[in-house]
Design a binder for this molecule. Structure first.
Ligand SMILES: [Zn+2]
Length: 83
């Protein structure tokens, strides 16, 4: 790995919030991803940040399995017919 692309854990953690916000240059993103590939600690930090972000941005309930959803609609339609 060329030295200019090598980040240490401190660099990665400092850049991480900008990275998940998509504010970094493609070069820096690649350098961070290269570090993640070899550094489990930083990968875990990124992973938990991503989960937190997903929770922030997606407040909808988790998706229902398709067949459950289908049965629910069928039940609702039936109820409409009955009333
Ligand atoms: Zn690291």
């Amino acid at each position: 790995m060329p030295m200019k692309d090598a980040l240490d854990c401190g660099d990665v953690l400092q850049l991480l919030s900008a990275y998940v916000d998509g504010e970094l240059s493609p070069e820096l993103c690649r350098a961070i991803e290269a570090h993640m590939a070899v550094c489990h600690d930083c990968f875990v930090v990124l992973d938990s940040m991503n989960k937190t972000l997903v929770l922030y941005h997606r407040l909808e309930p988790p998706e229902m399995p398709e067949d459950v959803e289908l049965r629910l609609f069928q039940v609702l339609n039936l109820d409409d017919f009955l009333t």
